[in-house]
Design a protein around this ligand. Sequence first.
Ligand code: AMP
Ligand code: MG
Length: 398
Amino acid sequence: MLTPAQAETLIEQHLACLPIESLPLTQAAGAILRENIYAERDQPPFDRVAMDGIALTTAGASGNAGRLRVTGTQNAGDPPRTLADPSECIEIMTGAMLPQGCDAVVPVELITRNGEFAEIGKKAVTPWQNIHRRGSDCRQGALLLSAGTRLSPPEVAIAAGAGMARVRVSAQPMIVVISTGNELVEPGEQIAPHQVRRSNAYGITAALRQHGYTRVADDHVRDDEAQLTDRLAFHLRTHDVLILSGGVSMGQLDLVPKVLEKLGVSLVFHHVAQRPGKPMWFGVSQSGPAVFALPGNPVSTLVCLSRYVLPAMRAAMGQAPGGPPRIALTAPVEVKAPLAFYMPVKLKSDDWGRTSAEPCPTNGSGDFTALAGTDGFVELPPGPGTFPKGFVARFFPW
Ligand code: AMP
Ligand code: MG
């Protein structure tokens, strides 16, 4: 049986990169950039005044007993004035271009205005004080953002600063979440004692929305070969990614693998040496779509989604690989079976801001009520063995 790392590698190898689309910058927050963005101009693009005050020359400041005639005003956005005489100065505002002939700014707080004169006293004025020099942050043509970057607020502002009205980003995949099972009943509908709420599809959809996927459809199919064949054929024609839950184990009505293969979806793997989530199935359709068929037990479904599907989709969107963070356990965890073990955890911060993972055991893979308040899970190596407090493990968020 495959290890989780081998399963992850196989998924990566079989998943095609998603197409590129051009979006207006106002709609690009959270998208994955698929082009490099370079500085349009030097940054700052001119010697930028950094304080409200007066612009002058250091030579003029040291002469004239610190008393300079104010010859005019220059606001941000005004073309630069010229200071012809070092015994004079120009009233200046933050964000303005430094006037020609000036090399320093004295802030308004240090100035006494006396009619048409500004008095700065004997305080030393050093060249380029309170001036954000042209090109001191970066030069025209410098690489600001690389393809694969997720556009968070600073990156959106940087792209705007580089003059980009639109950016080329990964197109949103068309995803469909399909639950299977005769026992499942929609929340809000009447339920009989022998039936179960259809909760997985809601959990999966919530995770997808939380991770920024917007084109998410939802379907439910009974454990009926004809219906399953018909619905899956339709979804394979209309979506890029299918995420199924249930119907992948050994029961007589676990029909998902058989139907998928009949529809031309090539099996990449079935079963991973892990708990929960051992029956996970993954394949790729000849026509393109990737199919993740997750086991139906609710803890297994969410674990497999976060462990495999979400990272794979990030890779397909072209996001630069980061890898999950590693976090220490706050308490020992015993792993009984010779399978990788996923332990749900709550993240805790100590007084120094260091994060650790508090184990939150469940009553098995059906016990999703135990997941309330957890942040994700850690992946522990196969047992048997006990991993002590302080053991550092990879953390996967929900
Ligand atoms: P299966 O993988 O189809 O054998 O399902 C395993 C267990 O998970 C069964 O107890 C199912 O009732 C339950 N289950 C399957 N799908 C869902 C779902 N969408 N929501 C909640 N429970 C489910
Ligand atoms: Mg089932």
